[in-house]
Design a protein around this ligand. Structure first.
Ligand code: AKG
Ligand code: FE2
Length: 280
């Protein structure tokens, strides 16, 4: 693991050391400022070809479907008042390769399962510990956005998300986000509606991500999307999903939507427990 990572900048080879503490402090400051932190060049340049090539080999295994959704991922026939941003229908055209289709020896599995990586990420998010999902499909995914497609505006169910671009599209496919557009107590539907209607530029930040950059993101309160990919090639990201509690498994319905498959494990779970009552 530590030979994959630029340990000069991100000292995963010396947990708890002075440089580790400094790197964690910088990441925490960025997260505190706007809920997003990009650790540039996290993966050493000599591994970037492998990172991209492994994703290219996996991408045909994604579950390709275009789904009509809303920003809250609640059913489209939910009764909502006039003007509610949840009434705006979006097309979710990204496709996920599920964890059980990603070989254990790929770089992204090695990163996802690395205890020292998990320790580092937990420290950056100021968490005592974090756990891989028990869900056999959702813990680690490759997110594939093909030309003409986008991963439309949404919030994450998880309070924190870790991801890494592995393949850059020719154009478009930008990660865009609206820091703290909602809070634990307030949905702020007016600003959300502006963003969904293309009138929210004042609220949007854009990231210039490069392959091998590690992104730490608090996506529960920041509306975000991957803008439409243009040109001839796909955009790929590895999504490393962790939770503060052990044993997390998604619901059967969500698994069917994202992966086109439901496993026996998914039938045993009720909806994930959450600390708030926000939509999705
Ligand atoms: O692929 C990305 O860069 C973002 C993915 C994302 O927002 C998600 O999977 O929830
Ligand atoms: Fe997301």
């Amino acid at each position: 693991m530590t030979d994959l990572v630029d340990t000069g900048r991100y000292p995963l080879d010396a947990p708890g050391g002075v440089e580790w503490v400094a790197a964690v402090r910088d990441a925490r400051a960025e997260l505190a400022a706007d809920g997003c932190c990009v650790l540039r060049g996290f993966v050493r340049p000599e591994y970037l070809d492998t990172l991209r090539a492994e994703g290219e080999e996996l991408a045909p295994r994604a579950y390709y479907t275009v789904e009509r959704v809303n920003a809250y991922n609640i059913p489209l026939d939910t009764e909502l008042p006039e003007g509610h941003p949840g009434r705006i229908v979006l097309e979710r055209g990204n496709a996920f390769v599920a964890r059980d289709l990603i070989p254990a020896d790929t770089l992204i599995q090695r990163i996802y399962t690395s205890p020292v990586f998990q320790r580092f990420v937990a420290d950056c998010f100021e968490l005592d510990e974090l756990h891989e999902f028990t869900d056999p499909l959702a813990g680690l995914c490759l997110n594939v956005v093909a030309p003409g497609m986008s991963h439309p505006w949404h919030y994450d169910t998880n309070e924190f998300t870790v991801s890494m671009l592995t393949k850059l599209p020719e154009a478009g496919g930008e990660f865009e986000y609206c820091p703290a557009i909602r809070t634990r107590d307030a949905e702020n539907f007016d600003d959300v509606r502006d963003v969904l209607e293309g009138k929210g530029d004042r609220l949007i930040r854009r990231l210039d991500l490069r392959p091998g950059d590690l992104q730490l993101f608090q996506g529960r309160f920041a509306l975000h999307r991957v803008s439409p990919v243009r040109g001839a090639v796909q955009r790929h990201t590895a999504i490393f999903a962790y939770s503060e509690t052990a044993g997390v498994i998604g619901t059967a319905e969500r698994s069917r939507q994202l992966f086109g498959r439901v496993l026996p494990e998914h039938h045993q779970t009720a909806a994930a427990l959450r600390g708030d009552r926000l939509l999705d």
